[in-house]
Design a protein around this ligand. Structure first.
Ligand code: AMP
Ligand code: ZN
Length: 472
């Protein structure tokens, strides 16, 4: 099996990914969305990069077990449900459904397991009980339970935080502070595993050995990853903001329970910014998938723009970049359609070739295998396409690469999809002008008009005596 290399946050090294399981299965756990609102395109950059990794491993012939959780109980979901005066369950179901719709539109593969935190309370309580028994956790006077940082000397080994040098607030006997799930590196402290019931929680609570309450955020991923993937996971992913404290805390809890290493490779992706700035509602630069779809961009184009940056670098998202993505993707599709027409071969499932030797696109696949370099891979694809004629082997390699990037549905067509759609009059007019320019050998104008039509979503197929228009 081909080797894939990734940067591991904990060791600061690019490492070869080798499955720990003797049957060759690779386990991947990624922290999923908190379902209280639309996921934004920053969230989707992270989920899409994880999807490219997932697809790459599948295409390389690995058996993959991929789990991504749903965070459906925390301050934000509880407040959201209360604001609308509906149950937490119906509130989070609505946002989970919308998240699924967006994932489908973006062609993100479904995980093998998608556990929800609120459906795994017993597993979380069981873990907390073990932590208390082993003296890694203590019950505060109000019935909250805290992880005892000083009981785990390895704390900080993922994010590099040096606990001893920081003024920590450990042994929180009052149980009235330190309930926050998210905090900065300089306010590191014993963190909540279980939060005692407060009246602000309304009807959201579960019974536990420490009284009624609800779990802290970090414990859900420990409990669910162990349940679905076992005590040691191969790859654990998330956006870079999750490295501290969330993943550091996940690791502390899980290793203290199991006594085994929690994760073999940590896969963190850098954030997305919009027009050079942090995305935020107040700056008016926060986009959801629907916001961009409503501006006329196809979800596959949005996908292309979001994955086209190295995962270890910040991606600066711009509308200009989205237009460039549309144009690149349309070019790719037009090329493939021309080949399909010229060679009379059409997509069938056998085009997805797992674990093949790449003859034409070797440099493109190597770029992905070597620390998931998507922009380099795309650059290679375009330069190879410009210098090659279509052939069946090239076609199946390209299909497999498009599958890995998740753009296969946009670029390739089933035969029956290649139908003439109704042509709007402005498009027909542009096509006529292009044909006339071509006939009078004004190739600059003709090329410009062809490109304009591609940007408007139409592809021209020339014949000797005329042309056809196809909807992209
Ligand atoms: P959340 O729903 O807030 O738990 O976030 C879901 C995922 O999106 C996590 O992996 C976050 O690290 C990631 N994330 C949040 N903001 C951004 C951003 N601006 N760019 C990329 N990923 C992000
Ligand atoms: Zn998590």
């Amino acid at each position: 099996m081909d080797v894939i290399k990734l940067y591991d946050t904990q060791s600061h090294q690019i490492k070869e990914i080798v499955p720990s399981n003797s049957d060759g299965t690779l386990s991947i756990y990624c922290c999923g969305p908190t379902v209280y609102n639309y996921a934004h395109i920053g969230n989707f950059r992270t989920f899409l990069l994880q999807d490219v990794l997932h697809r790459l491993l599948i295409a390389m012939g690995y058996r993959v077990k991929f789990a991504r959780n749903i965070t459906d109980v925390d301050d934000k979901t509880i407040r959201g449900a209360q604001r609308e005066n509906i149950s937490l369950q119906s509130f989070t179901k609505r946002w989970t459904d919308i998240f699924h719709r967006d994932c489908e539109a973006l062609n993100i593969l479904s995980p093998d397991a998608e556990p929800k935190a609120a459906s795994h309370i017993a597993e979380q309580i069981a873990m907390i009980e073990i932590l208390i028994q082993k003296k890694h956790a203590y019950v505060a006077s109000d019935g909250s339970v805290y992880f005892r940082l000083s009981s785990y000397p390895d704390y900080g080994k993922l994010s590099g935080i040096d606990v001893k040098r920081l003024a920590t607030q450990n042994e929180n006997s009052m149980g009235q502070t330190n309930l926050a799930d998210e905090y900065d590196r300089d306010s590191v402290h014993d963190f909540a595993l279980w939060k005692a019931y407060k009246k602000e929680d309304g009807d959201v609570f579960w019974k536990s050995p420490w009284g009624k309450g609800r779990p802290g955020w970090h414990i859900e991923c420990s409990a669910m990853s162990v349940k679905y993937l076992g005590e040691t996971i191969d790859i654990h992913g998330g956006g870079i903001d999750l490295c501290f404290p969330h993943h550091e805390n996940e690791m502390a809890q899980t290793e203290c329970v199991t006594g085994k290493p929690f994760v073999r490779y940590w896969f963190h992706s850098q954030h997305l910014q919009v027009e050079g700035q942090k995305m935020s509602k107040s700056l008016g630069n926060l986009f959801t998938l629907s916001d961009l779809e409503n501006k006329g961009y196809d979800a596959h184009v949005i996908r292309y723009a979001l994955v086209n940056g190295h995962y270890r670098q910040i991606l600066n998202f711009t509308l200009f970049g989205l237009d460039a993505a549309r144009s690149a993707l349309s070019k790719l599709r037009a090329k493939v359609m021309n080949w399909q027409k010229a060679n009379n071969f059409f997509l069938n499932e056998s085009l997805l070739q797992k674990n093949i030797a790449y003859r034409h696109f070797n440099s493109a696949i190597e770029a992905l295998k070597n620390d998931l370099n998507v922009p380099k891979c795309l650059g290679e694809i375009f330069s190879i396409l410009n210098n090659t004629e279509g052939s069946e082997s090239l076609f199946s390699e390209l299909y497999t690469l498009c599958f890995i990037l998740g753009i296969e549905k946009f670029v390739f067509h089933w035969k029956e999809d290649l139908k003439m759609a109704e042509i709007p009059s402005d498009i027909a007019e542009l096509a006529t002008q292009r044909w006339e320019a071509k006939q009078s050998k004004n190739f600059t104008k003709s090329d410009r008009l062809r490109q304009l039509l591609i940007e408007k979503g139409w592809h021209i197929v020339d014949h000797r005596d005329g042309y056809e228009l196809e909807k992209l």
